[in-house]
Ligand binder design. Structure first.
Ligand code: GLN
Length: 243
């Protein structure tokens, strides 16, 4: 235990030396709060940003002895904000991809996800991923679903949020939505006219992203994740948020 504390305070000292424009007492986390149950607007006030990622970020900040500050922005702007020093970390259900690893560093993976397809319940034109070729598919701009639909040769309509993509489907403007499984089932929960289809998509792994030169913060995040996994609090969070 002592060892862990020593390691954390050592990395805090190292971190304070290279922290760019942000306040040293704060951990500034960027998110896009339209991705339930990972990050969304709700809580007691109805206007708090809450969710699985936010609770993990709270623990990461607490372990670092910092105040958590959450900044809500477009998903597409998160990596730009990180590399401009406006935020210290991205907590946004962000999939670890080789492309993103060129510009940011990721923590250890903390959640396994996959893409799913949403269609109108009475639509039967898509039963495998390759059926998306040539179809009108709505996605979230800059997401892995966006990249996959593009690669599959869909006619892609990209929106700032998954919510808007689902609206487009509800309005009959597209054939399908390609989106991450948990948020997808959340978004269609009260829409019996829509149906979720699981297909043979590869697993994706979410990680917290930090600036490439911030190895200290990666180490801190990983220490917190490991501790939460071994003391059961990670499982408690899963049970709280994943239905
Ligand atoms: N996991 C997907 C991605 O990383 C979607 C994330 C999101 O929309 N918040 O692209």
């Amino acid at each position: 235990m002592k060892k862990t504390i020593a390691a954390v305070s050592f990395s805090l000292i190292a971190l304070s030396g290279c922290n760019q424009t942000t306040d040293k007492q704060q951990l500034i986390v960027g998110t896009n709060a339209t991705f339930p149950p990972f990050e969304y607007v709700g809580g007691a006030s109805g206007s708090d940003i809450i969710g699985f990622d936010i609770d993990l970020a709270k623990q990461i900040a607490a372990d670092a002895g910092k105040e958590l500050v959450v900044k809500d922005m477009k998903f597409d702007s998160l990596i730009v904000a990180l590399n401009a020093g406006k935020i210290d970390m991205i907590a946004a259900g962000m999939t670890i991809t080789p492309e993103r690893q060129k510009s940011v560093a990721f923590s250890a993976p903390y959640y396994e996800a996959t893409q799913v397809v949403i269609t109108q319940a009475d639509y039967h034109g898509i039963s495998t991923s390759t059926d998306l070729t040539g179809k009108k598919v709505a996605v979230q701009l800059g997401s892995t679903g966006d990249g996959m639909a593009t690669e599959l040769g869909s006619h892609v309509a990209a929106f700032n949020t998954g919510f808007e993509a689902v609206m487009e489907l509800s309005n009959g403007k597209v054939d399908a939505v390609l989106f991450d499984s948990q948020p997808a089932s959340n978004l269609i929960a009260k829409k019996p006219q829509l149906q979720l289809h699981t297909m043979e998509f590869e697993p994706e792994y979410y990680g917290f992203a930090v600036a490439k030169d911030n190895a200290e913060l990666v180490a801190q995040i990983n220490t917190t994740l490991q501790t939460m996994q071994s003391n059961g609090s990670y499982t408690t969070l899963l049970n709280t948020y994943m239905k």
